[in-house]
Design a binder for this molecule. Structure first.
Ligand code: GDP
Length: 447
């Protein structure tokens, strides 16, 4: 994703301000030009870039600043603030509530990743305890129903569609009736796409929307369409009451500017991004982590806010926070995390986000070995006593305990020592993470 490069460029522009001996109008102008260039290169639309630049300039009025004011900080704050403002439409998207039937309709051009994303979205909520169902109201594309059926079966989500019925409205209504009777609390309707925006597509969308009265219309957009994103998003917004955006294919050559432009065009938030063809390749999108990712090079740290989100998928905050705040990162906590991680998709995604961890623990492209290592660690921990797992005393693990654990787990003493060292290292790193950033436990289901 070129977003990382965008982050780097913006960070470099800000670093130049930081390093300047005197912060004057010229330094500010150079910084703004550099940021504009970076945004344009990331495919953000020219008009949006122009507005961003003007707004930052308006916020940072160097002449009016009192002597002694930290101009560098003011510029940095203005840049981050403006990027957040551009991305934050100010009103959150509708989020489904467990046990209350909601209808969510997906719209977008053919090939945008709409059908794949419907299943990812359903699966996301299923993992949160919802009872979702999928309805294929795409009668335009041959094979659409088969594709949805295949994805839905893989994710074990009930689905409805027809090979013979050609009226999408009829299918949508039938599917809705059926799943409402079955007490599904999140009914997702996949609609037809076309190769390009055209009247027939928008008319069909309008009819399905009128018949199903969705609580939320999600516009799915291919992240790699670049500059065209703004116009496409705006066209959909004008024809359907788009309330949220999902940008797909952010794993490939997508420069990321499309996501920024789509928010600007629809004034609706991007709620998720697609990062691959598979069901778990789906990430919650939140403005602040996104912007912090842009600035990742500035701090020299990983994307900690994004990391927090991932961690909460692995271990709910109400379980994790008390454990961490009690003080030590025990072996039991590490064991539970490994357990949860094994149930959820690619580990690399999480580990690569922890600064300093990926290189030593799971090398890129060697995820299989990483998994094997985790398995080995868990076998070793299976041979530990309750006291050892909950231990916070560094002196407890003496030679005799280590040999006993090695014998019990059928592993070498050296392997047990390695594992304990690894645990120490991870615990040290975790102690530096801003755990206060965890979402409050009672907000766990909101996006
Ligand atoms: P639809 O025509 O809009 O329903 O699009 P599909 O769901 O059929 O997706 C079109 C193609 O894009 C398929 O090959 C998908 O596997 C692929 N795809 C969807 N989302 C993503 C994503 O986030 N990343 C990548 N790399 N491919 C995706």
């Amino acid at each position: 994703m070129v977003l990382a490069q965008l982050g780097g460029s913006i960070a470099r522009a800000l670093a130049r301000v930081k390093d300047a001996t005197v912060v004057d109008e010229k330094v500010l102008a150079d910084c703004l030009n550099e940021i504009s260039r970076a945004l344009l290169q990331a495919d953000v639309r020219f008009e949006t870039v122009r507005d961003v630049k003007a707004n930052i300039k308006g916020t940072v009025n160097l002449d009016a600043l009192a002597a002694g004011t930290d101009k560098r900080r003011i510029i940095q704050k203005a840049v981050v603030g403006e990027l957040c403002r551009m991305l934050d439409p100010g009103k959150p998207a509708f989020t489904p509530s467990k046990g209350k039937p909601s209808v969510v309709m997906f719209v977008g051009l053919q090939g945008s990743g709409k059908t794949t994303t419907c299943t990812k979205y359903a699966d996301y909520y299923r993992r949160k305890g919802f009872n979702p169902a999928l309805v294929c109201a795409d009668t335009f594309r041959a094979g659409a129903f088969d594709q949805l059926k295949q994805n839905a079966s893989k994710a074990k989500i009930p689905f409805y569609g027809s090979y013979i019925e050609s009226d999408p409205v009829k299918i949508a209504v039938e599917g809705l009736d059926r799943f409402k009777k079955e007490k599904c609390d999140l009914i997702i309707v996949d609609t037809s796409g076309r190769h390009k925006q055209e009247a027939a597509l928008f008319e069909e969308m309008r009819q399905v929307s009128e018949a199903t009265k969705p609580n939320l219309v999600i516009f799915v957009m291919d992240g790699s369409i670049g500059q065209a994103a703004f116009d496409q998003a705006q066209a959909f917004k004008q024809s359907a009451s788009v309330g949220a955006v999902i940008v797909t294919k952010m794993d490939g050559h997508a420069k990321g500017g499309g996501a920024l432009s789509a928010v600007a065009a629809t004034r609706s938030p991007v709620i998720f991004i697609g990062t691959g063809e598979h069901i778990p390749d789906f990430e919650v999108f939140d403005v602040k982590p996104f912007v912090s990712r842009l600035l990742v090079y500035l701090s020299g740290m990983g994307d900690l806010s994004g990391l927090m989100d991932k961690i909460q998928d692995v271990m709910p905050a109400d379980e994790l926070v008390p454990k961490l705040t009690e003080g030590a990162f025990t072996l039991r906590l590490l064991y539970e995390m490994f357990q949860n991680l094994q149930n959820m998709g690619p580990l690399g995604q999480l580990f690569s986000m922890i600064p300093g961890l990926s290189a030593q623990f799971i090398e890129k492209g060697k995820e299989k070995e990483g998994q094997a290592k985790i398995k080995r660690y868990m076998t070793i921990m299976d041979s530990m006593t309750e006291k050892e797992l909950d231990n916070t005393n560094p002196k407890l693990m003496n030679e005799s305990r280590i040999s006993r654990i090695a014998r019990g787990s059928g592993r070498l003493v050296k392997e047990v020592v390695d594992m304990l060292e690894e645990h120490k290292r991870i615990a040290k790193m975790w102690s530096k993470l801003p755990i206060n950033n965890f979402r409050r436990p009672n907000n766990r289901d909101s996006l």
